[in-house]
Ligand binder design. Structure first.
Ligand SMILES: Nc1nc2c(ncn2[C@@H]2O[C@H](COP(=O)(O)OP(=O)(O)OP(=O)(O)O)[C@@H](O)[C@H]2O)c(=O)[nH]1
Ligand SMILES: [Mg+2]
Length: 224
């Protein structure tokens, strides 16, 4: 059978097949090949026999891409969470994310947060800048006020059928946006002064999460 690894847990590999998640272990010959399955891997596995033992993951299929920290393979797209203010918006920072993603063959979806902190003049200026990104083919989400119902629905529909990474500078508002997008979540959010000063991250999870027909997780690593 084939499926996608959505969680690694002390030697176990949880594999999604449709709506089901099946826990497996790595087959002995897989260990010899020195292939370490990571989250997002499409794999072949032998299902569990009827005696209560686990199934075995037997083969990792070729990866389309693979990120490190956290290790995630076959990422379809990244929501690049970009603050309109606090921290100050900068196109060169956004461009670094987009160039990095393009190099990994990951589609970038630009999502601007904290637009409530802009006056109308500053918002119009930002709109003009974002029009430029749209013209070169990027999907841009730039609501006048954050977390409107229609905007959240539009973002949810982007998740369907894909593996999405939520990325962006610390303090950009990833956890806050996700708490609105996926209401039964409760991710820790932190004031940027704290998280920037201490260099501390409030998000540390290695699992892929299911929502609105897709899988997602956050990633904070900054592209160099
Ligand atoms: N005014 C305003 N504040 C926001 C918005 N989104 C997030 N914030 C605030 O910005 C701060 C940082 O938000 P987080 O969601 O913790 O940011 P993060 O990207 O998850 O940060 P890390 O986990 O450190 O990477 C928090 O104090 C939030 O309340 C927004 O749309 N408007
Ligand atoms: Mg966070």
């Amino acid at each position: 059978m084939q499926g996608q690894v959505i969680q690694l847990l002390s030697g176990y590999y949880d594999i999604a097949v449709g709506d089901q998640v099946i826990r497996t272990r790595a087959a002995g010959n897989l260990r010899q090949k020195k292939v370490s399955p990571i989250a997002g891997d499409f794999v072949e596995f032998t299902p569990a026999p009827d005696n209560g033992e686990l199934g075995y993951l037997t083969r990792v299929l070729p990866r389309r891409n693979a990120l490190v920290r956290p290790p995630v393979a076959n990422v379809d797209q990244a929501m690049v969470i970009t603050a309109a203010a606090e921290p100050t918006f900068a196109t060169n920072l956004l461009d670094r994310f987009l160039v990095y993603l393009a190099g990994q063959r990951i589609a970038g979806v630009i999502t601007v947060t904290k637009t409530d902190l802009l006056d109308d003049t500053a918002f119009a200026r930002l709109q003009a800048v974002m029009n430029g990104y749209e013209r070169i083919g990027y999907q841009v989400h730039l609501p006048r006020q954050p977390f409107g119902a229609a905007d959240l629905e539009a973002l949810r529909s982007v998740l369907n059928g894909r593996l999405t990474i939520f990325t962006g500078q610390t303090g950009a508002g990833k956890s806050t946006l996700l708490n609105h997008l996926v209401p039964d979540l409760s991710l820790a959010t932190a004031a940027i002064s704290k998280s920037l000063n201490r260099g501390k991250h409030t998000t540390r999870k290695t699992t892929l999460y299911r929502a609105y027909g897709g899988w997602w997780r956050t990633r904070q690593v900054f592209p160099r």
